[in-house]
Design a protein around this ligand. Structure first.
Ligand code: FAQ
Length: 313
């Protein structure tokens, strides 16, 4: 009886748009649901640093290095705000990291694709951050207070990320024929995985019904995916690049594009740990978490360099 009353007043609060705070009563199913999403989101921000981090030393100019470094640092900050929001639900940071390292917690499918060329860094900013913002604007009003507040700052920074990616793509697509080709190749490889970032189609999304009822998500996966396509196709046209989808065409009746079906078999494969880079990404993360590993490696590299210099002298 008491539980039923609690549940009713909880749902009333949600329906009135009052946010749920850490000390408020909440159904255990809500707590688990929000925690699952925040932790997946936090892990995505942290793992998402890796494909871009690889390019900091290879960025083509000092300006590009500085901008990319700032962006990757932002992603670390996003991970930290989100881990803090998750901790407010009674889980420790160590537990969260353990779930990531043992594969119990997921992170976004997109970060299991490799960044093969500099144009991929443009495509990640333009498409991956573009899809991330499209999905995350609604999360600024998600029902769990600490998550919603973290998302306000995250969204501001993501807009800068999207623009820096688009700017890289603009420069490449206006450059030499090799540069334009590199930009097109990056679009070809990142287009479909970006559409998969929104999750499976609504009818195959087990979490959507509760997420919408509890206003954790405010819009469905398909609606957001459609909005992303509508926004991004004209941007590709500005760049003079071709979206790699033969089914893509404007549908006047729905005032949006019809588009092809992402490869959902590939998606399932990637989210279950068998994408092109899944194992490598986690192995890198575990390595950098081994206590002091990076400090020891830096010290060893410094000692080796000094030793070489003294032999040369
Ligand atoms: N990847 O029932 P649904 C970023 C799983 S941050 C992996 O529809 P839901 C910043 C899902 O967990 C990007 N798994 O799930 C950046 C569920 O499995 P489970 C991350 C996915 O939660 C940019 C199952 O499939 N953003 O990019 C994916 O209602 C550049 C069924 O799915 C967020 O996390 C996927 N893409 O909707 C950083 C935003 N999609 O848990 C560096 C917050 C679905 O039952 C560089 N999250 N699954 O075992 C969300 O909005 C939602 O969680 C969705 C999925 C929309 C991702």
């Amino acid at each position: 009886m008491e539980n039923a009353l609690n549940e009713k007043s909880f749902q009333d609060k949600i329906d009135e748009g009052i946010s749920i705070e850490p000390k408020d009563w909440m159904p255990e199913t809500y707590r688990k649901h929000v925690l699952r999403q925040i932790s997946q989101h936090a892990h995505s921000e942290i793992i998402g640093m890796q494909p871009e981090g690889n390019w900091i030393t290879r960025a083509p100019s000092l300006r590009r290095k500085m901008v990319l470094l700032a962006k990757v640092q932002d992603e670390a900050g996003h991970g930290l705000y989100l881990y803090s929001a998750a901790e407010s639900m009674g889980v420790t940071r160590d537990e969260l990291l353990d779930q990531l390292h043992t594969g119990k917690a997921k992170y976004s499918s997109i970060f299991n694709y490799p960044t093969l060329t500099w144009a991929d860094i443009g495509a990640v900013g333009w498409l991956v951050d573009g899809a991330a913002i499209m999905n995350q604007v609604m999360l600024q009003r998600t029902s769990y207070g600490p998550y919603a507040r973290a998302m306000v700052r995250i969204c501001k920074e993501e807009s800068f990320h999207q623009r820096q990616g688009f700017e890289i793509m603009t420069v490449l697509s206006e450059g030499s024929s090799e540069q334009k080709e590199m930009a097109q190749d990056a679009l070809n490889r990142w287009w479909w995985p970006s559409l998969m970032m929104f999750g499976p189609p609504d009818e195959e999304s087990p979490n959507s019904a509760n997420a919408l009822k509890w206003k954790i998500k405010r819009e469905g996966n398909d609606e957001l995916r459609q909005r992303f396509v509508n926004q991004t196709v004209p941007q590709a046209a500005i760049l003079g690049l071709k979206v790699p989808d033969t089914d893509l065409k404007w549908n006047e009746a729905k005032k949006g594009y019809d588009f092809g079906t992402p490869n959902w078999a590939e998606f399932k494969n990637v989210i279950s740990g068998n994408g092109p880079c899944n194992k490598e990404r986690i192995a890198n993360k575990i390595h950098s978490h081994k206590e002091g590993a990076w400090v020891r490696e830096a010290a060893e590299a410094y000692a080796a360099k000094k030793n070489k210099a003294s032999i040369a002298a």
